[in-house]
Structure formats: structure tokens, C-alpha cells
Design a protein around this ligand. Structure first.
Ligand code: ZN
Length: 164
């Protein structure tokens, strides 16, 4: 089932998510629906708060292989990349954001089994972006005040025009 994606302006996107503690059928269903929603968008990744759930759960596919991760944690980050980035919750806006060029992330699969994911390039960027979501941080929070305010102003304009 494709779920509605929460857009910028909803306070849920600025909150810290709770850990996943139950690795049950409900999590399996959430995972399936989030994967479907990500592919339908289409996007490279999706975090649970983007579908209205304050849970530490992300799905990613940078067109390599599907990654589904509960309680992801950045355990190592190296290097720097500065590339254009967007977000399904802030549609039609992109900006260049600094991200680590390589990351190591720990987490659990939907059965609670420990997993280690190593990511470079685009995968490193998307992992950092999705983990940010679980801490209530959006890509525009990484921008300087002027660039961020320009985007916020344009969003407010879209909201007023009923285009958001
Ligand atoms: Zn995002």
C-alpha cells in the first residue's frame, strides 16, 4: 500500500523518533508499505516520520539493493561530499549539502538481527539523510540561514497558493 508522504510544515518532521522494540507483523507491514511508497514516489530513501510514524525505521534503495533498517546508527563517518540533495517531504526543492563520503551504519533487520551497512557516495549521502530524519533534522537544516529562508519563503508561498 502506498502511504501518503508527510510534507514540510508538519511538526512530526522535526521530532526525535522512538526506537523499534517490536519486530512483529506490524513492522513487516510498515516495511512493505514504506518500500512501496519509496518506489512509487520515486525516491532513494524514506524514513518512518515521513509517513507519520515517530519510529526509528528507514528504507533505502539507491538502485543497488534494498536496505531496510531498524534503529540505524551512524558508527563511523569519513570524508566529505557536496552534492545536490532533495527530500520527498520537501518536493521540488534541492540544494547542495555537505555529507560524509563514507559511512558505517549499524542497525537491525525486520527480525531484529544485527546488521552493519557500509556506504559510499550516493548511499553514504542517503544513509546520512534518512538517519537525520529520525532525529528531526531535514536537509534544509544543513543550509546557511539565507538559503534556508529562501526555500522556507517559497514553501509558504506554495502553501498559500494551495500548491503544497
Ligand atoms: Zn528526506
Amino acid at each position: 500500500m502506498v502511504l501518503p508522504i508527510v510534507k514540510y510544515g508538519d511538526p512530526i518532521l522535526h521530532q526525535v523518533c522512538e526506537p523499534i522494540t517490536a519486530f512483529d507483523h506490524e513492522l513487516e507491514a510498515l516495511s512493505k508499505n514504506m518500500v512501496e511508497t519509496m518506489y512509487a514516489a520515486p525516491g532513494y530513501g524514506l524514513a518512518a516520520p515521513q509517513v507519520g510514524l515517530l519510529k526509528r525505521f528507514i528504507v533505502i534503495d539507491v538502485r543497488e539493493s534494498l536496505i531496510v533498517l531498524a534503529n540505524p546508527e551512524l558508527i563511523n563517518a569519513e570524508g566529505d561530499q557536496f552534492e545536490e540533495e532533495g527530500c520527498l517531504s520537501i518536493p521540488s526543492f534541492t540544494a547542495k549539502v555537505h555529507r560524509p563520503s563514507r559511512v558505517i551504519v549499524s542497525g537491525q533487520d525486520i527480525h531484529g538481527k544485527e546488521k552493519i551497512i557500509e556506504g559510499e557516495g550516493v548511499l553514504s549521502r542517503v544513509l546520512a539523510h534518512e538517519i537525520d530524519h529520525l532525529n528531526g533534522v531535514l536537509f534544509i537544516d544543513h543550509l546557511g540561514a539565507i538559503k534556508r529562508d529562501i526555500i522556507k519563503r517559497k514553501i509558504r508561498k506554495k502553501v498559500r497558493a494551495g500548491e503544497w
